[in-house]
Write a new protein. Sequence first.
Length: 199
Amino acid sequence: MPDARYRNEDIYYSYFTCGATDKWTPKHNPEACPLQKDKAACKADSKKCAWNDEDNACVGAAYAGECTKDVPEEKYGKKECRCAAIEKQEGEVTFKVKGKDVSYPVDLGSTCKAWDEDSSPECKGGSAPNWCKKKWCYVDPCECDLAKGPFPATYGDGKWSVDGRKTYYSYVTCGETNSFGAGDKKFERPEKCPAEKKE
């Protein structure tokens, strides 16, 4: 997915984080920065690669500074609760809404957008509810600190998950009020969230 983005950044893959050995990259991308074994080899292509002294490893130069970049709130949500899905993917996802098959773009909820306006059957016609034109996105509930919400997602029959937890959505992070369903219910942090680090 070379054009896909997560919070406006490239998507990266890792075998190591899953406890596996990367046998794909050496064969298909032997010039990849992480394959350069020492600082001299890494710096030979300084436009592409950068040496990370902390990890004693070679990384892509673009990757080295990505975590310090900021993104526009109007597209990726408030800093306290960023959108958490992959955008710019091709295809559709189909699921049932009130017994009917409904198709949405596969990157549904990846950014602040009125996702329902063109896809939800309830948003067709002149008597559409006001939430149809409101922006929302999926978020990680363990990375959210908002006055209201987020709330567990209803699409996908509530079975979609992020990091082993239910998927949550938020209108508030996109500068909207939630008139979809959860209303003013108090946000309850999932029990599966990692324990907060204490100073």
